[in-house]
Design a protein around this ligand. Structure first.
Ligand SMILES: [Zn+2]
Length: 146
């Protein structure tokens, strides 16, 4: 409840309306499988991609990935995105961490705050249990895989 309230006010500020407010997140199974595969292939580098989706009836549905040039890096992939607001249907980001922590770094939190409203981090061993999702403030968000 607290999170949604904060999200509402943030999104209201950014988009001038609450049309993108959501209380539930659904992610396509294929998207999750692609994330797992790419994270494993990119290792030991990080990969980063944008999440494509839509909010309808209070449900955020993530149904695709958008790749940008230079989407893997050994020096903090997440810093290379700066065009997110210009890409339609982008709701946030996903990136991988080498190591076992899927907690956002300080740089990640700064990025989350400025780019979209839903973000995922996947850590080793790059399986379903090593994925975490966050809102723009770095608070954990639950999601369903459908
Ligand atoms: Zn990170």
């Amino acid at each position: 409840m607290k999170i949604n309230k904060k999200l509402d006010s943030l999104l209201g500020h950014i988009f001038g309306a609450n049309k993108n407010a959501f209380s539930e997140v659904q992610i396509d199974k294929e998207v999750v499988e692609e994330i797992l595969q790419i994270a494993r292939e990119a290792y030991p580098n990080e990969f980063v991609a944008l999440l494509q989706g839509k909010v309808r009836g209070g449900v955020l549905k993530v149904d695709g990935l958008i790749f940008l040039p230079g989407n893997t890096s050994d020096e903090g992939a997440v810093m290379q995105i700066f065009m997110l607001p210009l890409i339609s249907d982008a709701v946030g980001s996903v990136h991988s961490h080498p190591g076992y922590s899927a907690s956002p770094s300080t740089a990640d939190l700064q990025f989350f705050a400025k780019n979209g409203f839903f973000h995922m981090i996947i850590a080793e061993p790059y399986d379903l249990d090593s994925i975490r999702a966050y809102d723009a403030f770095g608070n954990l968000v639950d999601y369903q895989i459908i």
